[in-house]
Design a protein around this ligand. Structure first.
Ligand SMILES: Nc1nc2c(ncn2[C@@H]2O[C@H](COP(=O)(O)OP(=O)(O)OP(=O)(O)O)[C@@H](O)[C@H]2O)c(=O)[nH]1
Ligand SMILES: [Mg+2]
Length: 256
């Protein structure tokens, strides 16, 4: 069966790769409770190791971060694979998480046919669910105006292309304080285009009173749980070719 593709969308430096790396580390340390679903393997272990290795989120250490995802002129996003098994139901499910450079999404947001954004377009076309990443640090810093515009453009583009697939608005760097009116502006930009979008806040920085050995960051497991509950988008049948000569289609038209 085709794996379920989770598209992680957001501008440069938004925290996309960090999110994936943190999930891998939580799974590896057995700290991600996914309603009984268990990590059962990956075809891309070296890919996960590459994103997580740089992070080295070891006990007692503040988190370090993976390097900026480079585009290297590539046309397809990095895909990180995960098999989860549900022992109660004796079933497993395969997931692919996209890890693409933020520049691609910025190019695609401006022009869906952009050559530099072709990998972002792949994500838009193929994902079964989307995480739209809003960077609280960028949205509260010196360039908050351009960060806001970048996100508004992404929301508009995805809104035109998502065709009702599940969307989560994900606030990253939840440890950073952001003005409430900025939150509202971005939220409105997303929900105007995608009214069913749900919201999550995540951070790899744990609260000060948490035992470092048990550091799960904040909100990361909740979001992963949501992502792995995604059902495959229903198969889309092409619209029926309507022919007035054909009684079956006339009948179908009347019923519609
Ligand atoms: N304070 C804080 N900073 C974070 C957090 N997560 C990520 N960062 C910072 O955000 C930077 C960028 O994170 P990445 O995960 O590389 O961002 P990205 O979206 O993959 O960026 P591109 O690959 O360039 O598109 C990191 O180097 C960290 O400095 C967080 O939870 N809290
Ligand atoms: Mg990245």
């Amino acid at each position: 069966m085709r794996p379920i593709v989770i598209g992680v969308i957001g501008p440069q430096n938004a925290g996309k790769t960090t999110l994936l790396a943190a999930w891998y580390m939580l799974l590896g340390r057995g700290l991600a409770d996914l309603n009984g679903k268990l990590f059962a393997g990956s075809y891309t272990l070296s890919g996960w190791e590459a994103v997580a290795g740089a992070m080295r989120w070891s006990p007692g250490q503040p988190p370090r971060f993976p390097p900026h995802t480079t585009s290297r002129g590539g046309r397809a996003p990095g895909l990180l694979h995960l098999t989860l098994r549900d022992p109660d139901r004796g079933r497993s499910a395969d997931f692919l998480f996209t890890d693409a450079p933020g520049e691609w999404f910025q190019k695609w947001a401006l022009n869906t046919d952009s050559q530099e954004g072709v990998g972002a377009r792949w994500v838009s076309e193929n994902a079964d669910a989307f995480l739209v990443v809003a960077d609280r640090e960028a949205l509260s810093g010196g360039s908050m105006g351009s960060a806001r515009s970048a996100l508004q453009l992404i929301a508009k583009r995805l809104g035109a292309e998502y065709r009702g697939r599940p969307v989560a608005l994900v606030w990253t760097k939840a440890d950073v304080t952001i003005a409430q009116d900025m939150v509202q502006t971005v939220r409105t930009a997303v929900t105007r285009e995608m009214p069913d979008a749900v919201e999550f806040s995540v951070s790899v920085v744990a609260d000060a009173d948490v035992d470092p050995l048990m550091n799960k960051g904040n909100g990361l497991v909740d979001l992963l749980r949501w992502a792995v509950e995604t059902k495959r988008a229903a198969v889309e049948l092409p619209p029926p070719v309507v022919s007035s000569q054909d009684p079956l289609f006339i009948y179908r038209n009347r019923k519609q």
